[in-house]
Write a protein that binds this ligand. Structure first.
Ligand SMILES: Cc1ncc(COP(=O)(O)O)c(C=O)c1O
Length: 379
């Protein structure tokens, strides 16, 4: 089945009780049993819910994986993966990634004795010197948030396999329409479904997808034991969002490309971070492992100071100044004070995330309006 057809049909079947074409929102906490232990496979909604199961099947199919698990947020999905580990275990993580992931690792899990090493993964070989007998997991994000760096998933997976390490890829920025990390050797794919999967800025949710049944059982155990499950209405919204993922992503890519070139040619704009430029250091890898370059990008002004950036951030009319990304509407964001404020300044600057960086989530509006808006804001 091709990708677009999959987006529309994955995971859903007519509802067995009525034939409803849309999976109903099973808004229930429990299920009546005929006799103790005699039930229809559903006991309690933290463990089983048909709307959630449909979504989990859909996301698994989109990622060409066997098993999907949904969580109450992307961060909760990440949290579940780290809970596979024991005190003393070590993780090698990308040095440029979503600030909330960094905060979870450093502020929550370090105190339980898990050690995190942060490294530039643009060259997969950089992780090799950090591997030791305690290393259990490689955590990467590609393209990265917000600098659009690219990691070669296949190269990372070769190293992970050689050393028997798990490789988890945060695929939020690409979406399953543009990139499928399991096909490239990853063990777990993580999504903030809040973003492109949901696509309409109306839900917070996370998902994991994997092929290995033992891993699935371990993560399902964590899902039901720790309880960070999404409600059925949120699952319905993401299921509904997925039906147009392919069309949305095509338009995000088209608009993204036009905006990236517009910015690059603008006399007041300095560096533009977008992985579709042929001179982007990760271009060849991005072209190999992604179907398109998406709608995310960041840029700096030539007049590189926070005041000038703030003026642009406060002047757009179509681009809304807000955290998050991946919705139909265009957003503009200031990583240093918003999405990445939880990363200490010196750490941010060291990794290339300046105080004046502006991040765009290019939506699917008419491109003329988006360009006109940025043009008037940049001035
Ligand atoms: C790349 C990436 N991963 C994970 C997350 C966390 O997801 P959530 O906000 O759904 O918890 C985000 C949120 O912005 C993100 O951008």
């Amino acid at each position: 089945m091709k990708a677009g057809t999959k987006c529309i049909h994955a995971g859903v079947e007519p509802d067995p009780s009525t034939g409803a074409i849309m999976t109903p929102i099973y808004q229930t906490s429990t299920y009546v049993q005929e006799a103790p232990g005699k039930h229809k496979g559903y006991e309690y909604a933290r463990s089983q819910n048909p709307t959630r199961f449909a979504l989990e099947r859909a996301v698994a199919e989109l990622e060409n994986g066997k098993f999907g698990l949904a969580f109450s947020s992307g961060v909760a999905a990440t949290d579940a993966v780290i809970k596979l580990l024991q005190p003393g275990d070590e993780v090698i993580a990308a040095n440029d990634m979503y600030g909330g992931t960094y905060r979870l690792f450093t502020k929550v899990f370090e105190k339980f004795g898990i050690k995190f090493h942060y490294v530039n993964m643009q060259d997969a070989a950089n992780i090799k010197p950090l591997i030791n007998s305690n290393t259990k997991l490689i955590w990467t994000e590609t393209p990265t948030n917000p600098l659009m760096n690219i990691t070669d998933i296949e190269a990372l997976s070769d190293i992970a396999k050689e050393h028997k390490l798990l490789l988890c890829v945060d695929n939020t920025f690409a979406s399953p329409y543009l990139q499928n990390p399991l096909d490239l050797g990853a063990d777990i794919v993580m999504h903030s479904a809040t973003k492109y999967l949901g696509g309409h800025s109306d839900v917070i949710q996370g998902c994991l997808v994997m092929n290995d049944e033992i891993l699935r059982d371990q993560l399902y155990f964590i899902q039901k034991s720790c309880g960070a499950v999404p409600g059925p209405q949120d699952c319905f919204l993401v299921l509904r969002g997925i039906k147009t993922l392919h069309i949305r992503m095509q338009r995000h890519c088209e608009n993204g490309e036009k905006i990236a070139h517009f910015l690059r040619n603008h006399p007041k704009v300095g560096k533009v971070f977008w992985c579709g430029f042929e001179d982007h250091p990760g271009y060849a890898v991005a072209k190999k492992q992604m179907k398109g370059f998406g709608g995310m990008m960041s840029f700096e002004l030539k007049d590189d100071n926070v005041e000038a950036a703030t003026k642009v951030l406060s002047s757009t009319k179509v681009f809304a100044l807000a955290e998050s990304l991946g919705g139909v509407e265009s957003l503009i964001n200031h990583p240093a004070s918003m999405t990445h404020a939880s990363i200490p300044r010196e750490e941010r600057i060291k990794n290339g995330l300046s105080d004046s960086l502006i991040r765009l989530s290019v939506g699917i509006e008419d491109i003329e309006d988006l360009i006109e808006d940025l043009n008037q804001a940049i001035g």
